[in-house]
Design a protein around this ligand. Sequence first.
Ligand SMILES: *Cc1c(COP(=O)(O)O)cnc(C)c1O
Length: 380
Amino acid sequence: MKFETIAIHAGKRPDASTGAISVPIYQTSTFVFEDVGKTRGWDYSRTANPTRKVLEDTIAQLEGGKAGFAFTTGMAAETTVMHLLKTGDHVISGDDVYGGTYRLFQDVMSDFGLEFTFLRMDNRKSIEEAVRPNTRMLWLETPSNPLLNIVDIEMVVDIAKKHKLLTVIDSTFATPYFLRPIEYGVDLVVHSTTKYLNGHCDVVGGAVVTTTGELSQKVQFLLNAMGTCASPFDCWLVLRGIETLPVRMKQHEENAFAVANYLKGHPKVKRVLYPGLESHNGHEIAKRQMKGFGGVVSCELTGGIKGVNTFLRRLKVFSLAESLGGITSLAEHPATMSHASMPKDYRERAGITNGLIRLSVGLENVDDLIEDLEQALNRL
Ligand SMILES: *Cc1c(COP(=O)(O)O)cnc(C)c1O
């Protein structure tokens, strides 16, 4: 089946007892045994739940993986994956990963004896030099948040295979519609389903897709042991969101392209970061490994923090809010919002400057979006 068909039909069958076409929300904690020692296939909702299972199968099929797992949040998915490691293990991570990912690694997992090296994942030599005898995992994010840097996945996987490292990709920005990392040899795919997969700004959730039976068993064990799984209702919402993922992503991209091209020519905009632009330093790699460039555009404004504040206050159609990937357009200031948990000097070294704005371009009419940006920029 093709992607659009999987997004709508994967794992779904009319409800056996009523014929209901929508997946029932199995809002239940427990399942009654048929007999002593004999279940109907389900026993307790933390371990497995039928609504969650349909979502998990759908995401696994969309990514072309072995099995899927649904979590309460993207961070719960990441926390669970990090428990595949043990005290003393070393992780090499991109240096411009999501702010919460950086915080989890640096401020939480470090306390449990995991070691981290953060670096720009654009150079084979510097990645190889960072590999230590205790390195176990390579963590990448592409396109990255908020700089939209592109990682050459094949290059990183090649290094990982040579050193027998587990590769994990946070593919939240791309979604499986634009990028299928498993085809390039990545071991685990992580998503914040809060973003494009759900797409409607009404749920927080996460997912992991595995590639082997062994990894599936380990992730299922951790999900159950740690209790990081998503609720049936949230799973149902994400399932419903995924049904329209292909049409939404196409339109997000079309609108983002128009916004990027508009900003590119504006005198109050210092630089525009969008992988679809030929001027973007990851454009060629993105074109090769992705089917599209996504719906997030970042840009640096002139006028420093004061200019940023004026601009953000003036926006009317774009809302000032964290998050991204929903139908509604959002604008945010990474340095004080999504990436505030990174220390200032670290943030600036990574290129997340005070003038940087991140736009999640929604599905409104693009003329209204550009008009909104125009009236706000004209105040600078
Ligand atoms: C939002 C986000 C996360 C965290 O997901 P939550 O659902 O907010 O916990 C992780 N990675 C990326 C790239 C994100 O955008």
